[in-house]
Design a protein around this ligand. Structure first.
Ligand SMILES: Cc1ncc(COP(=O)(O)O)c(C=O)c1O
Length: 381
């Protein structure tokens, strides 16, 4: 198998991740609940995950990093917790995933939120376009850091600079662990991430960084293992936003995944993925009938996700042929990002997406490029 679907979930997971999950499953896992030794050990596991993620983003206070089941939950926790009201204006990028677009659309319908989408220029978000749309009623800016369709990287820090005091909610699903982000913790107000992509952890892990001074109303309240005498849910972080028993097994794997990323080096991962992407784009550029979407070669304006279509093929038939004939796993269709496909002009048919990970090789990329060449010829003759 050649696995090019790392934007959906990374594979293979580092061996240390598998071992950490198995080890965690062999012990009782009730962090912050009981006072016995295994419970304290489970708390240490959760703490290890918090510490590791803190390092990736350069966070100043790891108690303000809350774990959630995935980035979708983290984004919902932020959007519903901010107390947005009728008439409040929210700006978002145009390349948002449904994890952001759907909760925003629901707020428009249910509370009369004024949601404005900033259009892309040549497929990319531009900071001054956000600045130009700010109004006194603007309460939040929401941004997908890198498109999970085209790989286009948004200038998040530049956008934060131009929007000033207005909180920025960053969806780092496609960038956490893939690009260096140690200076984001001190600048981004709400940073949402998922654990099972670039951070190399298991599914069911993710989280949200909430900068000091921002308070969110919890999406759910209940057991926290703290202030048990009260019917009021605790108001301090992380307990306020971490309701119910933590996913200790998953977080054991996340800790190991992030530690693997840190030991490998985010810069080294970035360099490898850039090399794979460059090789692929160079190899396929000359294929007759290929249409590539997203930023071109070089310039650091993209992550290692590339989308394309081949004339004569629907995206789903092409992905199926890649798997059947060559063992290449790709994702076809709309990638939960219909807005992005509308901007790319590929709605509703979508595209085929390859997303390279740190464990892919140049020879796999060459096999895939040759496969696309053959499939292009097959439909031409
Ligand atoms: C940009 C982006 N946002 C959000 C998500 C949702 O991730 P999760 O399913 O882990 O919540 C994804 C992943 O598919 C994504 O690529």
């Amino acid at each position: 198998m050649i696995y090019f679907d790392n934007a959906a979930t990374s594979f293979p997971k580092p061996v240390a991740v598998i071992e950490a999950v198995v080890a965690a499953l062999k012990a009782p896992a009730s962090p912050g609940r009981s006072g016995h030794t295994p419970s304290l050990e489970a708390s240490r596991t959760v703490h290890r995950a918090r510490k590791a993620v803190t390092k990736i983003f350069g966070l100043s206070d790891n108690s303000r990093l809350v774990f959630t089941p995935n980035v979708s939950w983290a984004i919902n926790a932020a959007l519903s917790g901010l107390g947005l009201e009728r008439g409040d204006h929210v700006l978002s990028g145009a390349l948002e995933h449904n994890s952001t677009a759907r909760p925003l659309a629901r707020l428009v319908k249910e509370i009369g939120l004024d949601w404005e989408v900033v259009p892309p220029r040549d497929g990319a978000m531009v900071a001054s376009d956000f600045a130009a749309r700010l109004r006194p009623q603007t309460k939040l800016v929401v941004l997908n850091h890198a498109s999970n369709v085209s790989g286009a990287l948004a200038p998040a820090l530049e956008i934060k600079e131009v929007v000033g005091e207005i909180p920025l909610l960053l969806d780092a699903a496609q960038t956490a662990g893939a690009i260096p982000m140690t200076d984001y913790g001190s600048k981004i107000d709400l940073l949402a991430f998922t654990g099972h992509k670039g951070l190399q952890g298991p599914t069911g892990t993710g989280g949200l960084w909430v900068r000091p001074g921002l308070e969110l109303r919890p999406l759910a309240v209940g057991g926290s293992g703290s202030r048990s005498e009260s019917l009021e849910h605790p108001d301090f972080l992380p307990d306020a936003l971490e309701t119910g028993t933590a996913n200790t097994h998953g977080l054991a794997g996340l800790a190991a995944g992030v530690e693997w990323v840190l030991a490998t080096g985010v810069e080294a991962i970035r360099a490898r993925e850039e090399q794979l992407t460059t090789n692929f784009l160079e190899k396929v550029a000359g294929i007759d009938g290929i249409q590539l979407f997203g930023p071109g070669l070089g310039g650091g304006q993209r992550v290692s996700t590339v989308s394309f279509n081949l004339s004569g093929w629907s995206s789903s038939d092409l992905a199926a042929a890649l798997e059947k004939n060559y063992g290449i796993m790709a994702r076809a269709g709309l990638h939960c990002a219909p807005l992005t496909h509308q901007h790319l002009g590929t709605f509703p048919g979508g595209s085929v997406r390859f997303s390279f990970g740190p464990q892919n090789t140049v020879s796999e990329v060459i096999i895939a490029a040759d496969a696309l060449n053959e499939l292009a010829l097959a439909r031409r003759n």
